[in-house]
Design a protein around this ligand. Structure first.
Ligand code: FES
Ligand code: FES
Length: 160
C-alpha cells in the first residue's frame, strides 16, 4: 500500500507518495536523488546511512519513509550553504577525518546532531555520539580531532 508523506527535507517542504515498506534510505537515494547518504551494511551496524530526524541521528536503513511523515529530515546535502562548508564538514576536511570517505556522511551527520544538541561536547560525549558509526580507514583519532575542531568553529559562530 502507498501513503502520502509530507516532510521538511533539507529545509524544504516535500510531499511524496511512498510504499509502506519503503526505507528512508531508499527514499532519499532513489526517489529524491540525494545520494550523499550511503548504504553500508544495510542492517543497522555501520552508521553510513545516518541522517537527522528532528535533529536526532537516525539510521535510515532501519527507518521507514512513512515513519518520518510530518518530521524534519536533514541529510549531508543540507549542511553547506553558498559553497561554504559547515563547521563539521570543515573539521573533517581540515583535520583529515576522512580517507576513502564512504563512512564520512554518516559520521558528519552524527556529529552535526551532537553539536546541535550539545555545543560543547567532551571527548567522551563525542565518542559516545559516534559509537554507532564504523570507519575502516582512519583509526578514529582524526575523526575525534575533527569533531573537536568543529565544536570550536561552532562556538565561534559557524553553523554545525
Ligand atoms: S547502512 Fe545503515 S547502519 Fe549500515
Ligand atoms: S574513511 Fe574509509 S571507511 Fe571511513
Amino acid at each position: 500500500m502507498a501513503r502520502v508523506i509530507d516532510i521538511t527535507l533539507n529545509g524544504r517542504s516535500r510531499v511524496d507518495a511512498v510504499e509502506d515498506n519503503l526505507l528512508l534510505l531508499d527514499y532519499l537515494r532513489e526517489k529524491v536523488g540525494l545520494t550523499g547518504t550511503k548504504t553500508g551494511c544495510d542492517g543497522g551496524e555501520c552508521g553510513a546511512c545516518t541522517v537527522l530526524v528532528d535533529d536526532a541521528p537516525r539510521l535510515s536503513c532501519l527507518t521507514l519513509a512513512a515513519a518520518v511523515d510530518g518530521r524534519r529530515v536533514d541529510t549531508v546535502e543540507s549542511l553547506a550553504h553558498d559553497g561554504r562548508l559547515s563547521a563539521v564538514q570543515r573539521g573533517f576536511h581540515e583535520k583529515l577525518g576522512s580517507q576513502c570517505g564512504y563512512c564520512t556522511p554518516g559520521f558528519i551527520m552524527a556529529s552535526a546532531g551532537l553539536l546541535r544538541r550539545n555545543p560543547h561536547p567532551s571527548e567522551a560525549d563525542i565518542r559516545a555520539a559516534l559509537g554507532s558509526n564504523i570507519c575502516r580507514c582512519t583509526g578514529y583519532v582524526k575523526i575525534i580531532e575533527a569533531v573537536k575542531f568543529a565544536a570550536e568553529l561552532a562556538a565561534a559562530g559557524a553553523s554545525p
